[in-house]
Design a protein around this ligand. Structure first.
Ligand code: HEM
Length: 488
């Protein structure tokens, strides 16, 4: 670093003579408005925060590398999935869902697993969780659901009544509720849990064939969970336990790794498969669609500036690249709108020009100009945000920016009448029951205890409704919850 860069300066680069004493009228006198250095410092401090994410506010970010070990060109033209041995830079943000930025890491809550690939054809984000399913199958219910996970608008307290009332009235949540209340509901840290894209996405290949696809990341560190009692103790001792664990692992060179797998379904199977493959409350059988291991995700570098890189990262399910697409999953469809909209509000309209959000392995060339904080360059690619500084419209005869027709997604056949379909899948319970029956006896006992620890404080009507749902999943499941509630 040069001697010049070591001088303490104001934001306009002027050297500061004294950063410890403000300018006052006399030794004991009031301060002077002309102390613009003091004013700059206080004014910037007042603006140090942006709105926290409406969900997933508390998180840990890490850079890494994805190495492809199986060529996937028979399914997709996506560059990062073509060519054995290809390495792609990644960024992952892990998170809890319901708590605020200062909340404890060891809460019973799904964990966010937002994975970005900086590919040569743009950033590809898979913004998933540590669970293969979710509580809902239609995004129109998401704001209501999240309200029940956050604070009561009157008491400002977490509200078990709202939570169980919502689940009692939305039995589609049963599968995810069973996962959440099981041992996997509190991962010990972010390294020792699996990750999932959760939704059904699509791949398409050079022949224009489409496949439905699900992503699974299997931890190579082994699964580790906390019991409710262990988590309660840890939350008091170290509310930042998962962040601390990740910082320690990376600085020790103990880089966490996941085996990246996909399940692939040919497009036409979706019409005849035994379940709706676009229903996010359900998993696909691994016998019907076996896991195919395609590569390894390694996390190996902590960000230098938490605010710039982790708080301002803008992961979005709509960040797709040629060869990877969405699916008719109604949750995913709602998310395709929600994230970029949230990020324009939370960070600002030009959030994609920030270093963490800019494409790192290609250039962003378009005709969008202006807006708050508009720069002229994406810092990583060094490219102009447009091909020619004087052209802000297209097509034009100046900048040579071209569309590439070979990257058109194959057409998707649609039919049916536009309507609001309330019960497009009648089965809310089978997979919750299957999961319950798979659990070993001691885990079943902990599952029931975890449920009853909060279900016991809500109204009898809600308890009865929930017992009905647990019984519909598995009669033993329902019976045990009922008895545990009775035993108090
Ligand atoms: C974050 C909306 C469902 C995983 C967010 C954010 C919004 C949002 C607005 C904050 C984005 C930001 O400010 O950067 C929704 C809506 C959903 C939905 C409307 C349903 C329609 C889901 C599902 C999953 C999920 C099903 C997982 C399978 C995440 C994750 C983050 C997040 C991991 C944090 C991303 C990060 O680390 O920055 N969601 N969400 N969400 N959501 Fe969702």
């Amino acid at each position: 670093m040069s001697q010049h860069n070591r001088v303490l300066t104001t934001q306009n680069g002027a050297p500061i003579s004294d950063d410890q004493n403000s300018l006052s009228a006399g030794e004991r006198g009031p301060l002077l408005l002309q102390d613009w250095h003091l004013i700059e410092k206080l004014a910037h401090f007042n603006r140090e925060r942006i709105p926290e994410r409406i969900v997933h506010a508390k998180g840990t970010g890490v850079y890494g590398t994805f190495t492809l070990t199986r060529d996937m060109s028979e399914y997709t033209i996506a560059d990062h999935f073509n060519g054995v041995g290809k390495q792609t830079e990644t960024f992952v943000r892990f998170s809890t869902v319901g708590g605020e930025m200062g909340s404890a890491d060891a809460e019973r809550d799904p964990r966010g697993f937002g994975l970005r690939f900086y590919t040569t054809r743009g950033n590809h984000d898979i913004v998933g969780n540590n669970t293969p399913t979710f509580f809902l199958r239609d995004g129109i219910k998401f704001p209501d659901f999240i309200h029940t996970q956050k604070r009561n608008p009157q008491t400002n307290l977490k509200d078990p009544h709202a939570m169980w009332d919502f689940w009692a009235l939305n039995p589609e949540a049963m599968h995810q509720v069973t996962i959440l209340m099981s041992d996997r509901g509190i991962p010990a840290n972010y390294r020792q849990m699996h990750g999932y894209g959760s939704h059904t996405f699509s791949f398409w290949n050079a022949e224009g064939e489409r496949f439905w696809v699900k992503f699974h990341y299997k931890t190579k560190q082994g699964i580790a969970n906390l019991t409710a009692e262990q988590a309660d103790t840890l939350k008091g001792i170290d509310p930042d336990s998962s962040q601390r664990d990740m910082v320690a692992a990376i600085s020790d060179g103990n880089f966490p790794k996941w085996a990246v797998n996909v399940q692939i379904m040919p497009e036409a199977d979706a019409n005849t498969y035994k379940i709706n493959p676009f229903d996010l409350t359900k998993v696909w059988s691994h016998t019907d669609y076996p896991l195919i291991e395609i590569g390894e995700l390694e996390l190996n570098r902590m960000p230098q500036n938490y605010f710039a890189e982790v708080e301002q990262v803008a992961l979005a399910p709509s960040n797709l690249v040629p060869g990877v697409g969405a699916s008719p999953d109604k949750m995913l469809q709602a998310r395709l709108f929600a994230y970029a909209d949230a990020q324009r509000y939370r960070i600002g309209v030009n959030y994609n020009q920030l270093p963490v959000n800019c494409p790192h392995a290609t250039t962003a060339n378009h005709h969008q100009r202006g807006g708050a904080m508009a720069g002229t360059q994406c810092p990583f690619s060094g490219s102009q945000t447009g091909g020619d500084a004087s052209s802000n419209y297209g097509p034009n005869s100046n900048d040579g920016l071209q569309e590439l027709a070979q990257f058109a997604e194959p057409p998707l056949r649609l039919d049916g009448e536009a309507d609001r379909y309330s019960r497009y899948d009648q089965d809310d319970f089978s997979q919750a029951g299957d999961l319950y029956r798979l659990l070993p006896e001691d885990e079943k006992a902990r599952l029931v205890a975890n449920i009853v620890s909060t279900l016991s404080v809500v109204s009898e009507a809600t308890q009865n409704k929930m017992v009905e749902h647990f019984s519909a999943a598995d009669s033993d499941y329902g019976q045990r919850v009922k008895e545990a509630l009775k035993a108090g």
